[in-house]
Structures are given as C-alpha cells and as structure tokens.
Design a protein around this ligand. Structure first.
Ligand code: C2E
Ligand code: MG
Ligand code: MG
Ligand code: MG
Length: 282
C-alpha cells in the first residue's frame, strides 16, 4: 500500500542522507588529522609545447593517501575543506610545497598551483603569496597560479585588484577550466591574466563533436585577441592533439603525455643534467 511504501521510501532516503552527512563529517575530521600528520602530497603533471616537444611547466595536484581508506580524490575533499575553512592551511601548504619543489624541476620550467576560490578571495592572499616567494626563493616567472572564472566572478573589483597585484609581482595567472564557468566575457577585459586553460570537456569531445572543435577554435582566437597564452588540459589521444594543433593550440597537458606523478628528486636532477648537456651542445 501507498502509505507504507511512502514511509519505506522516506526511511531509505533518510538513511542515505545520513550516510552522506556521516561521510562528510568523517572527511571533515580526518582532514585535520591528515594535515597534522602530513598525509598530503603533491603530484606533478607535465605541460608540453608540441612543436618543440619541450616540457614548459608542471601542474601541482594535491594527493591525500588515507592510511585505511587509500587515495581520496581532490574533488571529494577540496569542497569540504572550502566549507570548513581547512582550505586556508591546506592551500598555504600546497603553495609553499610547490614553490620549494620547484628547485628540483628543470630551471626553465614553471610550477602551476591550483588556487581555490575561497583562498583567492582571502584578505591576505597576496601577502601569503609574497611571503611564500620570499621564504622559498622562487623567481616569480617560475610560478603560475590556476584560478577558475567562478573564483574571480564572486567579487569582480576585488579579483581585478588581486590580479593586478599578482601581475605587478611578475606572477602569471591561468584561467582554469575555461569555457565552463561564466558566459559573460566582459570580465576578460578588466582582468590581467596571462593564460586561458581550455577545459577538458571540450578536449575530450574535439574528435567526435564538430561544435567542440568550433569552441576550441573560438577560445584560441579569443586568446590571440587578448594577447594571452593558451593551453589545453585533458589530452588523451594523438588525434585530439593533432586537432588542437590545427586549431592553433600548441601547449598541452594530459594522460597522453604524462599522468600526475610524485616528484622524484633523482629523476628531476637527471633531467636537469640532460637538458644542460643539450643546452651546452647548442
Ligand atoms: P584541475 O585543476 O582542472 O586539474 C586537472 C584534473 O584533470 C586533475 O585531476 C588531473 O589529474 C586530471 N587530468 C589530467 N590529465 C587528464 C587526462 O588526460 N584525462 C583525464 N580524464 N583527467 C586528466 P585531480 O588531480 O583529481 O584534480 C581535480 C581537481 O581538484 C583539479 O582540477 C582542481 O580543481 C582541484 N585540485 C587539485 N589539486 C588541488 C590543489 O592543490 N589545490 C586546490 N585548491 N585544488 C586542487
Ligand atoms: Mg588546474
Ligand atoms: Mg583545469
Ligand atoms: Mg579541469
């Protein structure tokens, strides 16, 4: 009967919601423990210039390996860290670690750091960046910050000020996941940034869906008109890379070229030495 099954449905629904709340709460408390215990790590994924084949930079991506539950994806815990304020200390840790890891990456590579909207809009964000640069000694040209459009649209005036201060410090900002957030493009004129990062959703469909190709070409044209650089994320196939190049996007990042991987100091030093030898030959 209807009434009984209604009650039954409710209780199922209710217990599911209870589980979601429990999991959320579990993440919240484990985040503190993990942070104090040092369970976070950064992995790095290369960004390549296709014509030369050269690695131009590495994106730092946070990894959380829980001792019992294993890997927990950023998309599962970053939103909760943002809600609870834990993104403050976690974000500062990411920035400091990436800036100090940069010394182990090839000298001519930059490190790209994801900045949460919450972090970006924090009152002392620019000060934190300045202090981190001073304490790690990273050159500003070697640091790039990845910020999403939505982060900057929350308060356009503030965002414009922060972006201008970062630009004055010589730090480049890339608009991450470009094309998925805000449809009003007028902000692009007010904001100082150096790069558009074409979202993976366009890249993944570029070889099957003509309109994705058109969107990519349009973003490339936009980047040229604005005088900023362009990169495509999530490149998985040779065909996607070929189409991106044809559309005018020559810098790429994706599983095809390298998965995010832990920084191997020995490897990085070997790489630097190899590049040095190549440079000496030229
Ligand atoms: P994002 O910044 O757009 O990073 C790209 C995501 O796509 C990463 O997932 C990366 O591992 C994944 N990816 C790269 N190449 C490919 C590919 O060829 N195919 C597919 N399917 N995926 C690819 P990840 O590491 O799980 O990070 C997800 C999101 O979490 C990031 O998106 C970023 O928004 C956020 N995030 C990651 N690390 C940090 C961090 O240190 N701080 C902050 N605030 N957010 C972070
Ligand atoms: Mg990113
Ligand atoms: Mg991205
Ligand atoms: Mg993305």
């Amino acid at each position: 009967n209807a009434r009984a099954s209604g009650v039954g449905n409710w209780s199922v629904f209710h217990s599911d919601m209870g589980q979601v709340a429990d999991y959320r709460q579990w993440i919240e408390s484990e985040l503190h423990i993990a942070f104090d215990r040092g369970d976070f790590d950064l992995h790095y994924q290369p960004q390549l210039d296709l014509p030369s084949g050269r690695i131009v930079g590495y994106e730092a991506l946070i990894r959380w390996r829980h001792p019992e539950r294993g890997m927990i994806a950023p998309m599962e815990f970053i939103p909760i860290a943002e809600e609870t304020g834990m993104i403050g200390p976690i974000g500062e840790w990411v920035l400091r670690k990436a800036c100090s890891d940069a010394r182990h990456l090839p000298e001519d590579c930059f490190v790209a750091v994801n900045i949460s909207p919450v972090q970006f809009m924090t009152k002392d964000f620019v000060g934190i960046v300045r202090d981190t640069m001073a304490s790690t000694g990273i050159r500003p040209s070697r640091l790039e910050l990845e910020v999403t459009e939505t982060a900057m649209m929350q308060d356009r005036d503030r965002a414009a000020t922060i972006l201008r201060q970062l630009a004055e410090m010589g730090i480049s900002v890339a608009v991450d996941d470009f094309g998925t957030g805000y449809s009003n493009l007028s902000y692009l004129i007010d904001f100082s940034f150096g790069k558009l990062k074409i979202d993976r959703s366009f890249v993944s469909r570029i070889d099957t869906d003509a309109s994705s190709g058109a969107v990519v070409s349009t973003i490339v044209g936009l980047s040229r008109a604005l005088g900023v650089s362009i990169i495509a994320e999530g490149v998985e196939t040779e065909n996607q890379a070929t189409l991106l190049r044809a559309a005018g996007c020559e810098v790429v990042q994706g599983f095809l070229y390298g998965r995010p991987a832990p920084l191997k100091i020995e490897f990085a030093e070997a790489l630097t030495a190899r590049e040095q030898r190549v440079a000496n030959l030229n």
